[in-house]
Design a protein around this ligand. Structure first.
Ligand code: UDP
Length: 332
């Protein structure tokens, strides 16, 4: 298929674009490089553009005879969404509506959408199934939920076939060490801890130890970025026009912040000093997936089922790319 990957120079998008290309699809990346990296995009396949530029998107869809879109382009930081919600409303909601309109006018009716566990808010039932009520507690989660609702309406009214993939915590790097996580500034737990191991930071600050969890720190379900990439391909193959599919993507194992830091200590052999800080606004105490629907209906099986195997790939990436992809792509 001819596939357009928005945000294909970003963390999850770049892994998915490569996965799709390796599966034999004809893949184009659409990215404004605001957080993505030129070096992470498929060589010779990058279209630089704004998601909000509906005319440019429509032209790209037509020029490359696109049959399906994978939509990754979004801001995805819980804390930032609390302090700067306008950024999330504008990009994650308004610009996504431009994409949907561009698709409609270009006759592209298939979409795989990066949704998130943050749409569930602070769920009552752990592990979380797709039937858990979606009651987000931060603007990031809300922005993704709005898009999910729009997709359902577009499916009903215009025949869109879509899958909303609700990721838990994307982590790790491609096993060959070519692609990995590189945000500026970095705010995610595993890269920050590994930067301490590399001597680039003094310590890791644990955001709160008074949650109602066994060691008091937040529990998350870390899922390997290539396992997410594989799920996108499987979901694409199952799309049905006029229908929506919804899948939780996590390993089903929860690890506390302290357990993640310990796993990084083991992987790196570094002491990794830690200090305690206040809770980060918008953080729910525990998020662990029940992914049995994805496993049954998509045949999805994570290749990296535990934190040790995920951290091992991340460590390989950070060691071989201590400065990430290098200077910001927009300055290249
Ligand atoms: N976290 C932390 N210190 C940091 C960064 C993150 O204690 O410097 C915690 C954060 O509060 C959350 C977990 O690590 O409980 C995972 O955070 P991350 O930002 O990696 O992913 P998120 O859960 O926000 O998607």
């Amino acid at each position: 298929m001819n596939i357009l990957v928005t945000g294909g120079a970003g963390y999850v998008g770049s892994h998915a674009a490569r996965w799709l290309a390796r599966a034999g699809h004809d893949v184009w990346v659409y990215d404004n490089l605001s957080v993505g990296h030129r070096a992470a995009a498929l060589p010779g396949r990058l279209i630089e553009g704004e998601l909000a530029d509906e005319a440019k998107l429509r032209a790209a869809l037509k020029e490359h005879s696109i049959e399906a879109v994978m939509h990754f382009a979004a801001f995805a930081l819980v804390g930032e969404s609390v302090t700067d919600p306008a950024k999330y409303y504008r990009n994650n909601i308004t610009a996504t509506l431009s994409l949907l309109e561009a698709m409609r006018s270009a006759g592209v009716a298939k979409l795989v959408f990066s949704s998130t566990t943050a749409t569930y808010g602070a769920p009552k039932q752990i592990p979380i199934t797709e039937d858990e009520p979606q009651l987000p507690i931060n603007p990031y989660g809300f922005s993704k939920l709005v898009v999910e609702r729009a997709l359902a309406d577009y499916a009903h009214a215009y025949g869109l076939g879509y899958a909303a993939l609700r990721y838990f915590n994307a982590a790790g790097a491609s096993p060959d060490g070519d692609l990995g996580e590189d945000h500026t500034p970095e705010s995610h737990l595993i890269p920050i801890v590994l930067q301490v191991a590399l001597g680039q930071r003094q310590q890791i600050t644990v955001f709160g130890n008074d949650y109602a969890t066994p060691d008091g720190t937040c529990i998350r379900d870390y899922v390997h970025v290539d396992d997410l990439a594989q799920a996108h391909l499987l979901a694409l193959e199952k799309l049905v026009l006029g229908k929506g599919l919804h899948f939780n993507l996590g390993t089903g194992r929860g690890y506390s912040v302290r357990q993640v830091i310990d796993a990084c200590r083991k992987a790196t052999g570094h002491a990794i000093p830690e200090t305690l800080g206040p809770r980060r606004p918008g953080d729910p105490p525990e998020l662990v997936a029940d992914s049995s629907r994805a496993q049954k209906q998509l045949g999805w099986k994570p290749k990296y089922p535990d934190i040790e195997s995920i951290v091992a790939t991340a460590w390989k990436w950070h060691q071989s790319h201590p400065q990430g992809y290098g200077k910001r792509s927009s300055q290249e």
